[in-house]
Design a protein around this ligand. Structure first.
Ligand code: S3P
Length: 172
């Protein structure tokens, strides 16, 4: 059996702006698996944007939705799953991800993250002073991504190089 078929899913975790969706789509090109972005599923399920969910129902409600979506998505196999930066905050999500695939953490420096997200209005946690908010959240989440099977610093790599490293680590 091909090694590829022995891996249930490749699950991308990491702080906002670390390139999970971009790298996920690149992996799909290479592997022909399905691509699932849990944020997109949440928006579909809620029928509103992420800023609207935060504004109307608060972060806790968003996290409940996020958990439900993640659990549902991970019932399937052979997918590249891109998760929201905070999906790792709940232990039940970390356990679930660890049991349902190869977990890959993408990292980037504060400067790189700021550069990638500064124009973006779709991330409620970064509105009104993105630099300070990135700094505080990175500190708060310092160890949150360390349960991954593989960690890749993305600052100086393009999406092809990152995808290649992931596939090498998966022996694909
Ligand atoms: C969040 C990250 C976002 C999105 C939501 C909350 C977080 O996803 O899920 O705004 O808590 O880090 P991205 O990491 O794709 O930006």
């Amino acid at each position: 059996m091909e090694i590829k078929n022995q891996i249930d899913n490749i699950i991308l975790i990491g702080f906002m702006g670390t390139g999970k969706s971009t790298v996920g789509k690149e992996l799909v090109e290479q592997l022909g698996w399905d691509f699932v972005d849990t944020d997109v599923c949440i928006v579909e399920e809620a029928g509103m944007t992420i800023p609207e969910i935060f504004e109307r129902f608060g972060e806790a409600h968003f996290r409940d939705l996020e958990h439900r979506v993640l659990a549902k998505v991970l019932e399937q196999r052979q997918q590249i799953v891109s998760t929201g930066g905070g999906a790792v905050l709940r232990e039940e999500n970390r356990t679930l991800m660890g049991s349902k695939g190869m977990v890959v953490a993408l990292t980037a420096t504060k400067e790189t993250i700021f550069d990638r997200v500064k124009q973006d209005e779709n991330r409620p946690l970064l509105q009104g002073g993105a630099w300070q908010k990135i700094e505080a959240l990175l500190k708060e989440r310092e160890h949150a991504y360390s349960f991954a099977n593989l960690t890749i610093a993305t600052d100086d790599l393009d999406k092809h190089q990152i995808a290649k490293r992931i596939m090498q680590a998966c022996s694909i």
